[in-house]
Structure formats: structure tokens, C-alpha cells
Design a protein around this ligand. Structure first.
Ligand SMILES: Cc1cc2nc3c(=O)[nH]c(=O)nc-3n(C[C@H](O)[C@H](O)[C@H](O)COP(=O)(O)OP(=O)(O)OC[C@H]3O[C@@H](n4cnc5c(N)ncnc54)[C@H](O)[C@@H]3O)c2cc1C
Length: 432
């Protein structure tokens, strides 16, 4: 079979072996940004994207519930985790998301929490703009091409799928991690580089729900409540968030919980969650309040004790767990100690974490190619000419647009660095 570059923009014509200057493995957020970064830096370069799915950018369409939360106004190193310690430098080296997308004709807007979205509220606007620009720059997409192996021979790389090949001078690995495998990310590239001797940081689902025992959640399925939630290990609070906490029959979820998930990589087996369902009151104040409710509802059964504060299922769950009396008992029968326990439970509802959610329920991968394997330009320190971008690297961000921002910035920088290395350095290894 022969691949060649078609003159019609954006189309990969597949007929034999493709020869390119730069091949990008993965046509997701970082891969598309890398293609624009590379071809934008040097329009004479032949840039090709190898994507295993039938289309590029499938995951982008699912982001932000279809709205694509593409960045955040409050970018800070605190929102990123992992061993790549120059995340903010990479972001600073590239245009802001609003500048980048503005330049692609996408108008952006933000909400009160600083989350940036396309004005259209449609992820399709974002993907469309990336593909239009990449095609205009002459980038070719080769879809249905799953890179299975990468070899270097005589200064050239050979990327092989089951039945096809791409030969190139530089490779950008933008194949994502393990999260959300239905969008093409099964961690295959990470395994391949681990086998090549690359150091990888322990992986675990990030931006994901936590599993806790079904027994502890009995009665809470479907409950949503605003509150503080903390992750603890050995009694020490590791991080605390505020927001809507959601319960299913086996998980604790919600954006505030998602932001704690990455801690599993370090604290697996010794992590617990503690929710404060009434952060605006101290235990003492809450106790006083519960006394007043006891007075107001003295003739009702325990089932009604907290229904003026919480939704019914949660109200009943809390009373059952703290008091342990039959729910048919009268509120007036409650002793001081029981009301005190209830106040404490509302302020400190604990769950042992039993595990992470499966990859299909995770949005992001914590862990990946270790920061020590790359230089400041995102080039591999182990193999010259290999660059990395996006989630495959050991970087994960909080919920709120931080992960896509990393994908755009690392992609743009890897693409630009790669193109510059062909201009300078070993001019074009292709000629060797
Ligand atoms: C449901 C969901 C919602 C999200 N919402 C947001 C949000 O609103 N804001 C935010 O900041 N982040 C969000 N994220 C996270 C964000 O989408 C990712 O962090 C980001 O897409 C990572 O970009 P990437 O290019 O590194 O990887 P990906 O976007 O995952 O792209 C990797 C690409 O590589 C391809 N590939 C993999 N292996 C191979 C191979 N061997 N050969 C060829 N191709 C290969 C895959 O098919 C895929 O297309 C969300 C994630 C999910 C799952």
C-alpha cells in the first residue's frame, strides 16, 4: 500500500507509505494543537496526524458536557499535579486559550468561576476550528491508524500500525492516557514507552468519583447536597473542596470530589472522605439549632427531624446513622447525647475510600511519562526527535478547564519545538 500527501487540504490519501517531516501520534486536543504549532511554525513541513479512531478530536466533543470548558481564567500551578514541574512555564510560553482560539475565529466567554467556554456553548465549534486551521496549514489526518510500534533507523522514525507505516524525522506523542477509553485512549502508548525504558509515574483515574462501600451508602443513592468535602489520610486533611456532593449506590461524586481523586495515586488504601454538610455552622451552633427543631417538631417521628434542612433520603440516613433508634420514635424522646451525635455526624460524615472508579468513568489520567524524561521544550531526554504532549505526560489538572489548557499549551509548544529543531539542529534528518 502507498500513502502520499494529497493536494486537497486536510485529506490523507492513503496508498502506500507516508513520508513526513513530523508525525503526531493521536489526534486529540494536544495532537491537533501540536499539528497547528508545528505547521504554523514552518509551513513547508509535512505534518501528519496518525489517529486510531475514524475521526480526530472525538473526546473534545464530549468535554464540559458538550460545551467544552477549554480553559480557566485563574490558571495556577496549584491546579496541576504530577512530576512535570514546568507546567506553568509551558503555559506561559504559548498564547492564552482565548488568544489561541480567538485567532482561530472562536469567541470565548467565561462564567463566575473563571471557566472559559466557547461563546457558542458547543464543543463542536472548538473541534471544527482546530480542524479547519490544521487543514489550512496542510496537515494531513490519517485516521484508523493505530500506532503499534515506533522504531528509529538511520535518524528516521518508522511508525507501524497493523498494516501500514509512516516514516518521519520527528514524532510527537500525543496519545493521551487511560481515562475514558471509549474515546480511543487505552494507555497503549504509555505501555509502549514504559517497555522502552521510560520512567512512568503511578497511574490512577483523576477527575473521577471515588468508590466507597455500598453498605455505607445505603439510602443515599441519588442524593445531592452542597457542602465541604475533605480527603484525609491517617487523620490528616490532604485537601478540602466545597461544592455539590453527589451519591450513587457505590460512589461519592461531584466536581468537588473529582478534584480529590488524583490523591489515590499516593494514598491508595489509606484514604477517607469527610463531608461537612453544614459548613456555615459550628457543631455547637448546630446542636442549638437541632434543639430548637426538637422543640418545634416535638410530636413528629424521627423521620421528620431533619426534613426541614435536608432532602428526605439524606435526612433519614443521618438520623439512622447517628441515633440508631426506630424512626417511628418521637422527636421529643431524643436525649442530649443523641442530638450531639447527630450534629457531629452532619459536620463530619466519613466514608472509607475502597477504590477508584473504573477508567470509563474517569475524565483524566493521573500519572504517566515522568517529568524527568523530558526537557523544557517537551523533547525526550532518552530519544532525540521524540516529543510528548498532553495527558500522556505525568500532569493532571483540577476540573475547570485546566486539563484542556495543558493539552493546548503542551501541544503547541511540542509542535513548535519540533518544527524549530528541524530548521536548526540536524537540519532535516530526512536527507540523511
Ligand atoms: C467526558 C470528559 C469530559 C471532559 N471535560 C473536560 C473539560 O470540560 N475541560 C477540560 O479541561 N478537560 C476535560 N476533560 C479532559 C480532557 O478532555 C483531556 O485531558 C484532554 O482531552 C487530553 O488531551 P490529549 O490530547 O492529551 O488526549 P486525548 O484528547 O485523549 O487524545 C488522544 C488521542 O490519541 C489517540 N490515540 C491513542 N492511542 C493511539 C495510538 N496508539 N495510535 C494512534 N492514535 C492513538 C486517541 O484515539 C485520541 O484521539 C474531559 C474528559 C472527558 C473524558
Amino acid at each position: 500500500m502507498i500513502y502520499y500527501f494529497s493536494e486537497s487540504a486536510g485529506e490523507a490519501v492513503m496508498e502506500n507509505r507516508i513520508k513526513a517531516d513530523i508525525a503526531i501520534v493521536g489526534g486529540g486536543a494536544s495532537g491537533l494543537a501540536a499539528a497547528i504549532g508545528a505547521a504554523g511554525a514552518n509551513a513547508t513541513l509535512k505534518v501528519v496526524i496518525a489517529e486510531r479512531l475514524d475521526k480526530t478530536g472525538r473526546k473534545i466533543l464530549a468535554t464540559g458536557n458538550g460545551r467544552c470548558n477549554l480553559s480557566n481564567r485563574n490558571l495556577s500551578g496549584k491546579a496541576y499535579h504530577g512530576s512535570v514541574n514546568n507546567v506553568m512555564d509551558v503555559i506561559a510560553e504559548t498564547p492564552s486559550a482565548e488568544e489561541f482560539f480567538g485567532e482561530l475565529g472562536v469567541l470565548c466567554t467565561s462564567d463566575e468561576q473563571g471557566r472559559i467556554y466557547p461563546y457558542s456553548s458547543s464543543a463542536a465549534s472548538v473541534l471544527n476550528a482546530l480542524r479547519i486551521r490544521s487543514a489550512a496549514l496542510g496537515v494531513k489526518e490519517v485516521c484508523g491508524f493505530e500506532v503499534k510500534s515506533i522504531e528509529k533507523k538511520n535518524g528516521r522514525f518508522l511508525l507501524r500500525s497493523e498494516d501500514r507505516e509512516i516514516e518521519c524525522s520527528r514524532v510527537i506523542i500525543a496519545a493521551g492516557g487511560y481515562a475514558a477509553p471509549s474515546f480511543g485512549t487505552d494507555g497503549g502508548m504509555m505501555r509502549l514507552f514504559r517497555e522502552k525504558g521510560y520512567r512512568t509515574a503511578k497511574i490512577c483515574p483523576a477527575v473521577a468519583p471515588f468508590k466507597v462501600s455500598r453498605e455505607a451508602l445505603k439510602g443515599l443513592k441519588g442524593v445531592r447536597v452542597k457542602g465541604k468535602i475533605a480527603a484525609l489520610s491517617d487523620g490528616k486533611v490532604l485537601r478540602e473542596e466545597y461544592g455539590e456532593i453527589q451519591f450513587t449506590e457505590s460512589t461519592v461524586s461531584g466536581i468537588c470530589v473529582f478534584n480529590l481523586a488524583y490523591l489515590m495515586s499516593q494514598y491508595e488504601g489509606r484514604l477517607s472522605l469527610r463531608a461537612d454538610l453544614m459548613p456555615e455552622m459550628s457543631v455547637k451552633k448546630l446542636e442549638e439549632y437541632l434543639f430548637s427543631v426538637q422543640y418545634q417538631r416535638y410530636d413528629c417521628t424521627l423521620e421528620e427531624l431533619l426534613t426541614g434542612i435536608f432532602v428526605k433520603n439524606l435526612a433519614v440516613y443521618l438520623v439512622k446513622r447517628a441515633v440508631g433508634r426506630p424512626l417511628t420514635d418521637k422527636i421529643s424522646a431524643l436525649k442530649y447525647g443523641e442530638l450531639h451525635r447527630l450534629a457531629e455526624l452532619i459536620k463530619s460524615l466519613e466514608f472509607e475510600v475502597t477504590g477508584s472508579s473504573p477508567w470509563q468513568n474517569a475524565q483524566v489520567t493521573s500519572g504517566g511519562i515522568h517529568g524527568s524524561c523530558i526537557n523544557a521544550r517537551l523533547e525526550s531526554k532518552l530519544d532525540r526527535g521524540v516529543y510528548f504532549a498532553g495527558e500522556i505526560l505525568d500532569v493532571d489538572g483540577d476540573c475547570g478547564g485546566y486539563n484542556l489548557q495543558w493539552a493546548w499549551s503542551s501541544g503547541l509548544l511540542a509542535g513548535r519545538s519540533c518544527a524549530e529543531s528541524l530548521k536548526t539542529g540536524a537540519k532535516n534528518d530526512q536527507d540523511k
